[in-house]
Design a protein. Structure first.
Length: 118
């Protein structure tokens, strides 16, 4: 059971990146998905959330209008499209899957580095 992120890298300010999060060993369609980011020595920040049924999404104020979270349940994959990137978006980005049931199930990816710099 794991989540694997990809798509991070170095991009200039104003550029775009698309992060992917592929789930294996479980059915992603049963889980709400979130993207977090973390800068060294700071708390992990929730960036975006999408519901399991793909009907609702929420964003941190800092990324609203620039980032889009989406999912393809047929591919067991979630995405984070990041546009108009700023240096302050530099962080390690993590995907997170959560299913609230009698017992909660949650999984974290290993993280992918995004660096926005000229």
């Amino acid at each position: 059971v794991q989540l694997v992120e990809s798509g991070g890298g170095l991009v200039q300010p104003g550029g775009s990146l698309r992060l992917s999060c592929v789930a294996s060993g479980f059915t992603l369609s049963r889980y709400d998905m979130r993207w977090y980011r973390q800068v060294l020595r700071k708390e992990r920040e929730l960036v975006a959330t999408i519901s399991s049924d793909d009907r609702s999404a929420e964003y941190a104020d800092s990324v609203k209008g620039r980032f889009t979270i989406s999912r393809d349940n047929a591919k067991n994959t979630a995405y984070l499209q990041m546009n108009s990137l700023k240096p302050e978006d530099t962080a390690v980005y993590y995907c997170y899957a959560l299913r609230i049931a009698t017992t909660n199930y949650e999984y974290w990816g290993q993280g992918t580095q995004v660096t926005v710099s000229s």
